[in-house]
Design a protein around this ligand. Structure first.
Ligand code: NAD
Length: 420
């Protein structure tokens, strides 16, 4: 298997093994948390606009519910596989534990290119998927959210479908998060993951005795996570020198005016063709070669490999995407003394604010945008501090310290509940 197509679930298992060994944990614990508790495979028939019926394959994986109900996004992507969803569900458990959220992890996915569907077909697929996983989800059981290529509208259709099936006349809001504001959504949810990436980059700059102001930043991926990460880093005073998406990368050593790039991508669907004074457009892979202090991979997994790791000049790497660095690439980066903020911390802003949305739905009491962002920042900075303290104490890298904290946290409910 080439490094670029490494099985993400095997990577997740290797990470767990390494942290269990460092903690001197038992094999029983490793076996219990290295496989998900439940993996449901579904087929979803969709009546297409031309009258034909197409069947799509989807998954919902619940990694471990010992700490509480499970939680995790739903991805619509042509490359979705069962093992990818298993890996993402596993990472969600660790992410929730690192942040001190009362959840285990889950994830869902449908193998589809949603850009090839009409709005009506997308709605039918979203409803069909929600219906197919209804038997195993619920506000106290498993709470899905958006991920790659799913958004608040998709969540709204799913809430409607679930409420019809399980609500018997009631609207059940707390079973999905990442909903539209007008339908029980949370202010600050849309911005949360990118905002968290920016906060973590700023904390790392403080640790490394750098200043975020005028630090040169490159952001790979300009979707939900990457665009808000770039926006908040720009507002913090960083010099965003490069951005990329699936179509190209843009580079300006003097700094890109991020609000203009955001507006352009919103109006044109991508950065392709972006023209601004001093900006060069080139191949999307060129982003790895840009001279910068902070690099934020915010696209998909396995982006940083042994082929491009050496090209990265940044001393801080903040993983906005899930699993963006292969183990081989990580070795290269750590050897060169790079400071890597692992995905399970760096992109945990989304699930943190999803948790706040769930709490608000259960209480029917809603917070302002500022209150939500303040609560998010406090939780993420606390998690960062705990991880850095353990990292210094045990002389391990940040990812390993984060896994060690999460494994310690999950071993308690597993033992208390008598599963070990
Ligand atoms: P998205 O679909 O909104 O954006 C993905 C972006 O990556 C797009 O701009 C796309 O053009 C770009 N991209 C794809 N392939 C690329 C390539 N080879 N080079 C450069 N850019 C490329 O997805 P998103 O919600 O922003 O999620 C991105 C990552 O963050 C995923 O790994 C996801 O699991 C993770 N994540 C998302 C959230 C969330 O709240 N949305 C939360 C936690 C983690």
């Amino acid at each position: 298997m080439s490094e670029k197509t490494l099985n993400p679930f095997e990577i997740a298992q290797q990470q767990i093994r390494k942290a269990c060994d460092a903690l001197g944990e038992t094999d029983e614990l490793y076996y219990l948390i290295s496989e998900p508790q439940r993996a449901l495979e579904v087929s979803i028939p969709v009546r297409m606009d031309d009258g034909s019926t197409k069947v799509f394959v989807g998954y919902r994986v619940q990694h471990n519910d010992a700490p509480g109900p499970t939680k995790g996004g739903i991805r619509f992507h042509p490359k979705v596989t069962k093992d990818e969803v298993k890996a993402l569900a596993t990472w969600m458990t660790f992410k929730c534990l690192v942040l001190g959220l009362p959840y285990g992890g889950a994830k869902g996915g449908v193998k589809v290119n949603p850009h090839e569907l009409s709005k009506n077909e997308l709605e039918q697929l979203s409803r069909g998927y929600a219906k197919a996983i209804t038997p195993i989800i619920g506000e106290k059981r498993d709470i899905p959210a958006p991920d790659v290529n799913t958004d608040a509208q998709v969540m709204a259709w799913m809430v409607d479908e679930y409420s019809q099936l399980r609500g018997v006349g009631q609207t059940l809001l707390a079973v999905f998060t990442g909903k539209p504001i007008e339908l029980g959504g949370c202010l600050g949810r849309k911005e949360a993951t990118g905002y968290g990436v920016a906060i973590m980059a700023r904390e790392a700059a403080i640790t490394k005795k750098m200043s975020i102001e005028n630090s040169k930043v490159a952001v790979q991926g300009f979707g939900n996570v990457g665009s808000y990460a770039a926006k908040y880093l720009y507002e913090m005073g960083a010099k965003v020198v490069a951005l990329s998406d699936y179509s190209c990368s843009i580079h300006n050593d003097e700094g890109i005016h991020v609000p203009t790039a955001l507006k352009y991508a919103e109006e044109n669907g991508s950065l392709k063709g972006f023209i601004a004074e001093g900006c060069n457009i080139s191949d999307r892979e060129d982003i790895f070669k840009v001279d910068c202090d902070i690099f934020a991979p915010c696209a998909l997994e396995n982006a940083i490999t042994s082929r491009n790791a050496d090209d990265i000049s940044a001393s801080i790497i903040v993983e906005g995407a899930n699993g963006p660095t292969t183990p081989e690439a990580e070795k290269i980066l750590l050897k060169k003394g790079k400071f890597i903020i692992p995905d399970i911390l760096a992109n945990a802003g989304g699930v943190t604010v999803s948790y706040l949305e769930w709490v608000q739905n259960l209480y029917h009491y809603y917070w302002s945008f500022e209150e939500v962002q303040d609560k998010q920042a406090i939780k993420m900075k606390d998690a960062y501090k705990n991880i850095v303290e353990l990292m210094d104490e045990k002389q391990v890298d940040m990812r390993q310290a984060a896994y060690m904290i999460a494994i310690k946290k999950i071993s308690a409910p597993l033992r208390l509940r008598g599963w070990l």
